[in-house]
Design a protein. Structure first.
Length: 318
């Protein structure tokens, strides 16, 4: 068994507070040090798991027996780190995906969706201030007919993406009875079959009949602004837009315009400016449900990250 050292920086543990301890439990014989650098570790370390600290050449000189290393800030490592490890002949271990927070984000997205469809946050706030919400025009019907409302069942859900988050959200809404379609030119066919989403081959064809529109791709140079102003204008009046990955994958000025003009409703955990200023006109609107970018931050997502890391090593038994 390789001599394994885990280092967790305060910055990493601010983002991922349960991961290092759970990883230690999953790797027999490993040691855990909490510090901001890679200094003062055993020189005979053969495997180094650095959670937050990027190695320098000087760092690596202190570990002549080092054979393999995992290094990440929680969101990967820079290209210069990849090159450094390669130049030293150190095997670099990498996670194949960020699936460890997929369940947390997709469940949160479903919650936002239902909250927006039924105006749950708005009515929660209203009944604290007044008895008026208890007076219904029709029975107990309180949905807003100007926007997509009511049940997920029977609703046309249109998703951009078929990855860890998007495919789960597709499966959840499909299970609830929605008509689900998705566009992702890079996803394999099974991603659509497993989630119950019909594959659409042209993004433009995804928009015309959308009642719920969910762009669920990570923010990369290739996806920034992927959903253009023209795409936003193509969404039908009353459509609910769900944002839980990164806001700037869409043209936010045009989305803001249509939401503020009461043409679209919005359920968002992510925004173009964060924290959202208190005078932002999106806040507190009748057609907006909003949360402070915490969809992926559950204890479970922290634990899943540790389990994904442990699976890279044979002694974990995973």
């Amino acid at each position: 068994m390789m001599k394994t050292a885990i280092v967790a920086t305060p910055e990493f543990e601010w983002h991922w507070p349960f991961t290092a301890d759970h990883l230690l439990n999953l790797l027999p014989g490993a040691t855990l040090t909490r510090q901001a650098t890679l200094e003062d570790l055993p020189g005979d370390t053969e495997r180094l798991i650095s959670l937050g600290a990027m190695p320098t050449g000087e760092d690596l000189d202190r570990f002549p027996a080092l054979a393999e290393m995992y290094v990440s800030s929680g969101y990967g490592a820079p290209a210069e780190t990849d090159e450094l490890l390669k130049s030293r002949g150190i095997r670099q271990l990498k996670l194949p995906s960020e699936g460890y927070w997929g369940q947390s984000v997709s469940e949160f997205a479903l919650g936002l969706t239902i909250g927006a469809l039924r105006r749950i946050p708005q009515t929660h706030h209203e009944i604290i201030q007044s008895l008026d919400p208890w007076e219904y025009s029709y029975g107990q019907y309180a949905d807003d007919p100007n926007f997509t409302a009511g049940t997920v069942e029977g609703t046309r859900v249109r998703i951009v993406g078929a990855g860890n988050i998007a495919s789960r959200y597709a499966s959840f809404t499909n299970m609830l009875g929605a008509d689900v379609a998705a566009w992702d030119p890079f996803a394999a066919e099974p991603s659509f079959h497993r989630s119950g989403a019909r594959r659409v081959h042209h993004l433009e064809n995804l928009l015309a009949d959308a009642e719920i529109f969910a762009p669920m791709v990570p923010l990369l140079p290739s996806t920034e602004g992927l959903i253009t102003a023209e795409h936003i204008r193509a969404l039908p009046k009353g459509c609910l837009v769900v944002l839980v990955t990164r806001a700037t994958v869409v043209d936010m000025p045009e989305l803001r315009r249509r939401v503020l003009d009461d043409e679209l409703s919005l359920a968002a955990d992510v925004f173009d400016v964060e924290p959202v200023p208190l005078d932002d006109p999106l806040l507190g609107r009748h057609n907006v449900v909003h949360t402070p970018h915490n969809a992926g931050r559950t204890r479970e997502s922290n634990i899943r990250l540790a389990e994904a890391l442990a699976a890279l090593f044979p002694e974990s038994g995973r």
